[in-house]
Write a protein that binds this ligand. Structure first.
Ligand code: ATP
Length: 324
């Protein structure tokens, strides 16, 4: 990635009292890419993003933005950088449009996107004259994104940008972030939502108790993840299990007491081919097959000891499967 990194963070560290909130974290975000920061509650994501945005002084380490060292308090004032951490705040008694106009005025020449256009991008154009006090949490969240887009940032830093959004709006924001990256922006997002990270991020950093436990691309992630498990529905489970055992494929029966439970097969792609072809030879039909746990989730669980919270995201098992 080297010299053209939009953001280059080295050994960034922050301690609160005797709590090491962020411990020597390195990350590099290339232009034209989306980078995901994934961790459980209290892992240090917001603290890291606050330091990157210059809202919090670090104890040690460096933040370079487009090749230039950025001091605390300096980063967000930079022309090409925008973002938000935690819930974006607005004047509740003013309209969405008026709030953005005031922010654009504060930004001065850095604001290169008209408030109307920014509202259009986050699908709030039809509500632009409404007071922000009448907005739902998800609408305020999207207004926060519109505010960040006013300056057409080349580096966009967003803390949980889809939290509180319904699935359709969350999908709209994900598509927008991918589009901005496609147009050359560098996007850094934190998330609890593994399906979201798997869907939009080129690289992923998993943080646990302030330290990096894994960093890499999506394809490296697939290689690093434990052997995937698959749920398999067959025409004859007993013969399928016998066939799997003969082929040395790891298979577990579902709960027979409830009936209709799928088999769970642990197999990488070549083993899965062997299993499916073996079933065909044994005269057993595969009626349905789906990933049991997506790779990012299984890696996250292996590294952090628990699945991240996906409840706030509105994306449940179906979303996770879709992303696998
Ligand atoms: P969440 O997903 O819940 O938002 P997070 O990964 O963003 O969590 P942080 O908010 O960065 O986590 O918090 C990391 C650790 O630092 C936590 O233990 C938190 O209690 C602590 N911490 C954060 N800000 C402060 C502060 N201002 N003073 C003291 N401790 C803090």
């Amino acid at each position: 990635m080297g010299e053209d990194a939009a953001l280059d963070v080295r050994a960034l560290t922050k301690t609160f009292g005797d709590r090491l909130a962020v411990n020597r974290v390195d990350l590099r975000v290339a232009q034209g890419s989306v980078y995901g920061l994934l961790g459980r509650n209290g892992a240090g994501k917001t603290t890291l993003l606050r330091m990157i945005l210059g809202l919090l002084a670090s104890d040690a380490g460096s933040v370079r933005v487009f090749g230039r060292e950025a001091a605390a308090g300096d980063v967000v004032s930079r022309k090409a950088v925008a973002g938000f951490v935690e819930e974006p705040r607005f004047y509740p008694y003013l309209s969405a449009q008026r709030n953005l106009e005031l922010l654009a005025r504060l930004d001065g020449p850095a604001a290169s996107v008209a408030p109307e256009a920014a509202l259009e991008l986050v699908e709030l154009a039809d509500r632009r004259r409404d007071k922000v006090s009448t907005f739902s949490t998800g609408m305020r969240q999207r207004l926060g994104l519109a505010a960040a887009l006013l300056r057409s940032p080349r580096l966009l830093v967003l803390d949980e940008p889809t939290i509180g959004l319904d699935p359709a709006n969350a999908a709209g924001v994900r598509a927008l972030l991918r589009r901005l990256a496609g147009e050359g922006a560098a996007v850094l997002v934190s998330s609890h939502n593994m399906a979201e990270v798997a869907e939009i991020c080129d690289r992923v950093l998993i943080i646990k108790e302030g330290s990096t436990v894994w960093e890499g691309t999506q394809s490296e992630l697939h290689d690093a993840a434990p052997v995937p498990a698959w749920r398999v529905w067959t025409s004859d489970d007993a013969r399928a299990i016998a066939a799997a055992q003969a082929l040395s494929v790891r298979v577990e029966a579902g709960s027979r007491s409830t009936g209709g439970a799928p088999l769970v097969v642990q197999a990488d792609d070549p083993q899965r081919d062997i299993f499916v072809l073996g079933l065909a030879r044994a005269g057993v039909a595969v009626r349905r097959m789906e990933p049991d746990v997506p790779p990012l989730e299984s890696l996250f669980t292996a590294l952090t000891g628990a699945a991240p919270d996906t409840t706030e995201s509105g994306v449940g098992a179906a979303g996770a499967e879709a992303a696998a």
